[in-house]
Design a protein around this ligand. Structure first.
Ligand code: SF4
Length: 449
């Protein structure tokens, strides 16, 4: 509250009066300090509901019902005291200015106090010499322009890229680029920069078995299920099937070191067990086949003109051999598009096809580390969300011919050389749909994408 001997005021001279009067001791006070004081001019701010009267609850240890039953002061009495101070303060004032704001907050707000409604309906209409005038002050919002973010590839950034991806000394190989990092580059080169070079990616703070854990546990379980086995026949399966609960238990223990005996985690464990049953059952019906690799850690180096030996890395879920074909297989818990026919334009430009890019990179790596010659290579996924009776095959289950692989490798080299091209900055995607689930949408001011 401000009190003083003002006589009329407007927005521009408010400050002047306050400054002038301050020297004479203009009181800026709370309600309790106004007791026994009368002012000719009063400013009350803010006269919003929830502020006057206040919503603060008593911090007493005695609960409301007991206070009420034993006639101790409750919220109602506090309200009555506030109302008394408020109306008493107005009694002898000639000019009264109320301020309230109409801004909404998360829980509503922006409402004028009930006292103002009372004044409007009960006092103004009955006490004729009193006039009430409403004025609205609007502040014009001029939003800051959103400037595009673009990171030029200076020497320091090129240096970081080289350190991370280019093989110079075979005794100390670089980290290498993964299929998911490449997909991130395709989706948005700025996101790639923030994830891979600035390491801004937020930690996964999800409590319980998150989607990330879920996929890892499933992969680990399938590795444990077939570990130490080579050729799988139908009569191997009763043993594997009986061990599923134990397999799930030990894969959870390796990936997620918390008990999963209740709640959400317990349900997730049940879902995992069911999915592993389905894969094992499917495999049993498609025996015999030979396991060539599980969770295969593979690297390859692609020479790129003007850049150097670019290291590509990947962990291939499973490579097996069946009916004369090498099969590159991946267990997928997400929803991804799979190409029935090759479309390299989409593959290298549309992140929706990231799974295809990943499978082709795995084919390239598997060919190299297992020395697979010829065209007898197929790739597919166990699409866990809708896994029923068949693996979802890339290229409609047709063999991935050597010519296709060469075409793919040429496109991949082109993409890798772009990453190093100093003429192409790391910049924001123009496709706002790609920002929808991005961790950096706050930074890019694309929250509404
Ligand atoms: S919010 Fe959009 S523009 Fe920004 S980094 Fe993410 S995908 Fe790129």
């Amino acid at each position: 509250m401000f009190g003083g001997n003002f006589s009329g005021i407007s927005g521009t001279n408010l400050e002047f009066h306050l400054v002038r009067r301050k020297r004479k001791g203009i009181p800026i006070v709370g309600f309790l300090e106004t007791r026994l004081m009368d002012y000719s001019t009063v400013f009350i701010a803010p006269l919003n509901e929830d502020v006057l009267p206040s919503v603060s609850v008593s911090k007493s240890l005695i609960p409301y019902s007991l206070r009420k039953a034993y006639h101790l002061p409750c919220k109602e009495e506090q309200d009555a005291v506030t109302a008394y101070h408020f109306y008493r303060l107005l009694q002898r004032a000639r000019n009264i200015y109320f301020f309230y704001n109409t801004d909404l907050n998360d829980t509503g707000g922006g409402e004028r106090s009930r006292y103002l409604f009372q004044i409007h309906h009960e006092i103004i209409e009955k006490v004729k010499p009193v006039k009430l005038e409403y004025l609205q002050q609007e502040s014009q919002l001029i939003p800051e322009p959103i400037l595009p973010i673009s990171i030029a590839k200076n020497d320091s950034i090129i240096g970081k890229l080289r350190e991370k991806y280019i093989l110079t000394d075979p005794t100390s190989p670089p980290k290498g680029i993964s299929a998911s990092a490449l997909s991130s580059y395709i989706a948005c080169s700025l996101r790639f920069y923030l994830d891979q070079l600035v390491y801004l990616r937020p930690e996964d703070k999800t409590e319980g078995l998150s989607a990330g854990h879920f996929g890892n546990v499933l992969h680990k379980a399938m590795e444990i299920a077939y570990e130490g086995r080579s050729i799988l026949n139908a009569d191997d399966y009763p043993d594997i099937t009986n061990r599923i609960p134990e397999i799930v238990g030990s894969s959870i223990a390796k990936v997620y070191d918390k008990p999963v005996n209740f709640g959400h985690d317990y349900l997730m464990k049940g879902v995992l067990t069911e999915l592993i049953h389905r894969i094992i059952n499917f495999d049993m019906q498609h025996t015999p086949f030979e396991i060539l690799g599980l969770e295969l850690n593979a690297n390859s180096v692609l020479p790129i003109d003007g850049v150097g030996n670019f290291m590509i890395k990947g962990i291939i879920d499973r490579v097996d051999f069946k009916d004369g074909n090498y099969r590159i297989l991946d267990y997928k818990t997400g929803q991804d598009k799979i190409m029935k026919k090759w479309n390299f334009e989409k593959l290298f430009n549309d992140p929706a096809y990231k799974l295809n890019l990943q499978l082709l990179i795995y084919c390239m790596l598997a060919k190299e580390i297992l020395d697979i010659q010829g065209n007898n290579l197929i790739a597919g996924i166990f699409k866990m969300k809708e896994f029923d009776e068949e693996i979802t095959w890339l290229n409609d289950a047709n063999e991935i011919e050597e010519e296709t692989m060469q075409q793919f490798i040429a496109g991949l080299k082109n993409l890798l050389s772009q990453i190093f091209n100093p003429e192409i900055p790391f910049s924001q995607t123009s496709d706002l749909k790609r920002c929808r689930y991005c961790d950096y949408k706050g930074l890019c001011q694309r929250q509404n994408a």
